[in-house]
Design a protein around this ligand. Sequence first.
Ligand SMILES: [Fe+2]
Length: 155
Amino acid sequence: MLYKELDLPAIPNDIIPSKEEISNSTTDTIPKHTSFYQTFQVNPELHKWLKDYINLTDEYKAQFQFLTNHIPVHIDYGRTAVLNYLFETGSIDPVYTNFYSKDKNDLLDRTHKIEIPCYKWHVLKTNHLHDVSYIPGTRVALSIWASNINPWFVS
Ligand SMILES: [Fe+2]
């Protein structure tokens, strides 16, 4: 399974920083920022809420993510799956997360096209080739990875 929506509690509005507040917070340096990808540290209130309401039993990493333009086909570096939560898609038109396999001639073949909703926890398998379709604005998301994300793909 490459994508799965999870029945976890929604993040309360009063602990979600605005896009401006996120962009003023400390940047995360991993992974390296690009013209289409920026990451920022998560505020303490949200960290506390995640500990209290999301069953992340082990050490986890959480960061805000800004995505814009076209995210090329890639495999994530250093993580096999992420738990994500979108606040803004960055577009009035649908934005798609696509998964690909390679055919016998090594050409990319799109196998899945997913329109990820806002305010819904979901897991994505990021060690499988994927990209995101064109984002004219800024997609704002919370991205979490931890050693206990993978079991959610078993069912
Ligand atoms: Fe990715």
